[in-house]
Write a protein that binds this ligand. Structure first.
Ligand code: RM4
Ligand code: MN
Ligand code: MN
Length: 432
């Protein structure tokens, strides 16, 4: 198969050519439809074109479960190759100009070099992620029984030092945030003192917080369970918010959509965090049962829409301290990660566009008049509108692909990297 670099603007233009006429007809039709409801399509298209979401560096490798992992063709073998794949995603979607790194998975001796490589590919760096949920070769103290909340002071100190290293690497990369997720907790009732573990966590976080530059934010990510199956130290948004408030104004809560019990009303959590002025950002993904890394919008697109509905409400209300970071956090076990990440970025834009076209004035009036049915219908009309032409037009206008997956498949990129990157032989279980 011939290779045509999917990052090359000429190749993207050539791939767009056959779709241009259909897109302009579909866009004009949708524009008329929306105009009848008082919505100016170009304003929505501009907002979609401005929407950005960070790619998780760990998402471009093939994931697995604890039962096994089926390696993909041409998986990136290091952070530089991950950046190459991220650049493909960004060039084709125009929506993912930054990458979120995970340390030490992406550790490299020269972060200046990495930053330059990113810049050459048109990529910047989003939040840094620390990792104290695994032991690394040569590490002095084990995290088997926790990290920031460990009973042993030396283990806590080691975990704090690792987070400070992540901040220092991030400074060199131009990042402005550190995301901390810990698996600390207990697998058995009685295993740990729930109150003291939280206090130890806070004490460690205070030291990390003290090392944050003035223009940085600290994102606290809660997760209901796994690997601690009985009680996790930062298990829910309540613990997260409490910790953020105790730490200070640079600490915010990060909502990973997959980290809640089934049926939890996540949009309500979002609204509460906006109110508390502590919504730091998102790890977007989807979930059905206990999984937390499925493709955004693949299972519950309505829920994703409702989350974006809250974001649009906050945006329009100019909510104070509201500047949520958008990041994907997914693991792709059976799909090509590049295809999944492109599709997921677009699903976020879809939910955003659907939320933007909701008739807010009418919605407000129906709410105030307690016209329940019409309020629900007015909101849902946004969700049931097919906004695909807006998304495609936003991409076309910025030189990205009208049909990103089609253009990617036609480029032969996966086959090319399959030859350039001889297989990663990690066949065991695990998240990456
Ligand atoms: C966790 C959590 C973190 C991510 C790790 C890999 O479940 O979502 O954000 O860094 O997985
Ligand atoms: Mn996450
Ligand atoms: Mn997760």
């Amino acid at each position: 198969m011939a290779f045509a670099d999917p990052r090359d603007a000429n190749n993207i233009a050539a791939a767009n050519e056959p779709h241009a006429a259909t897109l302009s007809a579909d866009y004009a039709h949708l524009g008329d439809q929306l105009a009848r409801a008082g919505v100016k399509i170009d304003e929505i298209t501009r907002a979609i074109a401005d929407f950005k979401v960070a790619i998780p560096s760990w998402g471009v490798g093939t994931g697995g479960t604890r039962f096994g992992r089926f390696p993909g063709v041409g998986e990136p073998r290091n952070v530089f190759e991950k950046l190459e794949d991220c650049a493909v995603i960004h060039k084709l979607t125009g929506a993912t100009p930054t990458v979120s790194l995970h340390i030490p998975w992406d550790a490299t001796p020269d972060y200046k070099e990495l930053r330059e490589r990113g810049a050459n590919l048109g990529l910047g760096f989003d939040a840094m992620n620390s990792n104290t949920f695994q032991d690394q070769a040569g590490q002095k103290h084990s995290y088997k029984f926790g990290s920031l909340s460990h009973t042993d002071a030396a283990t806590r100190a080691q975990a704090v030092a690792h987070n400070i290293d992540c901040i220092e690497a991030g400074i060199q990369l131009g990042s402005k945030a550190l995301t901390v997720w810990v698996g600390d907790g207990a697998n058995f009732p009685g295993q740990s003192h729930l109150g003291r573990a939280f206090e130890r966590y806070l004490e460690s976080q205070r030291q990390i917080y003290a090392a944050l530059p003035d223009d940085w934010r600290l994102f606290l990510e809660h997760k209901m369970y796994e690997p601690s199956f009985y009680a996790t130290v930062i298990q829910d948004w309540g613990s997260s918010l409490m910790a953020a408030k105790e730490l200070g104004p640079k600490a915010f809560c990060l909502v990973d959509l997959g980290h809640h019990a089934p049926n939890v009303n996540i949009e309500m959590i979002v609204a509460r965090l906006v109110h508390a002025q502590r919504l730091g950002g998102f790890h977007f993904n989807d979930s059905k049962y206990g999984d937390d890394d499925l493709d955004a919008g693949s299972i519950e697109p309505f829920r994703l829409f409702l989350v974006f509905n809250e974001l649009v409400e906050a945006e329009l209300a100019h909510a104070p301290n509201f500047d949520p970071a958008h990041m994907l956090d997914q693991s792709h076990n059976v799909t090509d990660p590049i295809e999944s990440l492109m599709t997921s970025a677009i699903e976020l834009q879809r939910a955003y566009a659907q939320a933007l076209i909701v008739d807010r004035l009418k919605l407000h009036e129906y709410r105030m008049a307690n016209d329940v049915l019409m309020a629900a219908q007015t909101l849902k009309r946004g969700f049931t509108t097919d906004v695909s032409p807006i998304l495609a037009q936003a991409r076309a206008r910025k030189g990205a692909a009208i049909d990103p997956v089609g253009a990617y498949r036609a480029s032969g990129y996966r086959q090319k990297v399959g030859m350039d990157r001889p297989g990663k032989q990690n066949l065991g279980g695990g998240i990456i």
